[in-house]
Design a protein around this ligand. Structure first.
Ligand SMILES: NC(=O)c1ccc[n+]([C@@H]2O[C@H](COP(=O)([O-])OP(=O)(O)OC[C@H]3O[C@@H](n4cnc5c(N)ncnc54)[C@H](O)[C@@H]3O)[C@@H](O)[C@H]2O)c1
Ligand SMILES: O=C(O)C[C@H](O)C(=O)O
Length: 346
């Protein structure tokens, strides 16, 4: 008896966490794409994943066989075409959506809504049917409109849970850490800075006043770095010259965010991530800010900290853009649903 107790107490607490961890299924929609492929490779290393479902219009059966030769316990299956979408996401704990077109040079993210809005709506419909309780994390652009559109579809189906729908903005934090780390000549991983607002141009607002360690530059450095963080997506789009947008850095960021969701599902405490979600912190109905995650999704929206004067002004400027984007996303979903109902009744 004593020996058994001794053995049990010798097992470190992190081992207990993994022994007791839930087995989790993650589905990636758009898994064959520039982001989807490296994301699936990174994600299979997250603790707790036992099933990984790869969905795309084509090519995922081959990717699943490729994955199946990796000597870890994750079971990977491939699903192709719209007919297999519900099957792919069925009973998922987390659905990550990286399906849709990337930008070309000269395009704004908003220009992607006509094509990607429809993809997001189809995915939201499938989720409503096949895994209504899943955590849903959109990578697909334009995030500022896609998330409100998806929320609208989930609401219409009666499956919207504001604690479980996320637009992934982690790349803005990853970039902030890197650019600030380089500027301060310190390890970027040691930099922590919240990025609030949305995920396009001036809606991306890194809060230098909250940077840890304290930012050591002047107002002009803050202005230049803020601009670079806001335009970093375009920097990659231009450098790729017609071959798409950020994929590798996005896969890194997406894996980091989804890893936190999985840890939260498995009961890990005090996990804080920024993401674009339904929010009442400001008068924009969807807003990115630091969130405490828990087993049920968002546990708590952290209060906005005291902002510097320039951050207050930047926030005032970005809120009308976010409010307009939210209406555009909701209208897109509404029109799409109305159009489909009309087609069905003809
Ligand atoms: N949130 C962010 O920070 C962030 C960062 C980078 C890219 N993105 C966005 O992510 C999206 C994907 O980018 P990418 O570089 O991987 O593009 P990509 O073209 O390489 O891959 C997209 C994949 O989606 C698939 N797809 C299209 N419609 C589909 C559907 N109905 N069902 C299933 N799969 C479908 C395509 O077949 C393709 O394999 C783009 O919209 C891009 O703007 C967002
Ligand atoms: O810029 C893009 O179009 C892709 C993504 O949103 C990014 O920030 O890299």
């Amino acid at each position: 008896m004593f020996a058994a107790r001794k053995i049990l107490s010798d097992i470190p607490s992190f081992t207990w966490r993994y022994l007791l961890a839930r087995t989790l299924k993650v589905a990636i929609v758009g898994a064959g794409g520039g982001i989807g492929q490296p994301l699936s490779l990174l994600l299979r290393q997250s603790p707790g994943i036992t099933k990984l479902a790869l969905h795309d219009l084509h090519g995922t059966k081959g990717l699943a066989v490729d994955h199946s030769h990796i000597c870890t316990q994750v079971r990977v299956s491939g699903y192709e075409g719209e007919k297999e979408l519900e099957m792919a996401v069925s009973n998922s704990d987390v659905v990550v959506v990286a399906a849709g077109m990337p930008r070309l040079p000269g395009m704004e993210r908003d220009h992607l809504m006509a094509a990607n809005g429809k993809v997001a709506i189809k995915v939201a419909n499938a989720i409503s049917v096949a895994c209504p309780h899943a955590f849903v994390a959109f990578i697909t652009n334009p995030i500022n409109m896609i998330v409100p559109a998806a929320a609208q579809i989930l609401k219409a189906a009666g499956t919207f849970n504001p604690k479980r729908l996320f637009g992934i903005t982690t790349l803005d934090l990853v970039r902030s850490k890197k650019f600030i780390g380089d500027h301060m000549q310190i390890n970027p991983e040691a930099v922590n800075i919240p990025v609030i607002g949305g995920h396009a141009g001036i809606t991306i607002l890194p809060l230098f006043s909250q940077c840890q360690p304290q930012f050591n530059g002047n107002a002009s450095d803050i202005e230049k770095l803020t601009k670079r963080i806001q335009e970093a997506g375009t920097e990659v789009v231009n450098a790729k010259a017609g071959q798409g947008s950020a994929t590798i850095s996005m896969a890194f960021a997406g894996a980091k965010f989804v890893d936190s969701l999985l840890r939260a599902l498995n009961g890990e405490e005090r996990l804080v991530e920024c993401a674009f979600v339904a929010s009442t912190l400001t008068d924009a109905p969807f807003f990115a800010s630091p969130l405490e995650l828990g087993k049920q999704g968002i546990k708590r929206h952290l209060d906005l900290p005291n902002l510097s004067e320039s951050e207050k002004q930047a926030l005032e400027k970005l809120l009308p853009v976010l409010k307009k984007n939210a209406i555009e996303g909701q209208m897109f979903a509404h029109n799409f649903t109305a159009e489909r109902i009309k087609k069905l009744s003809n």
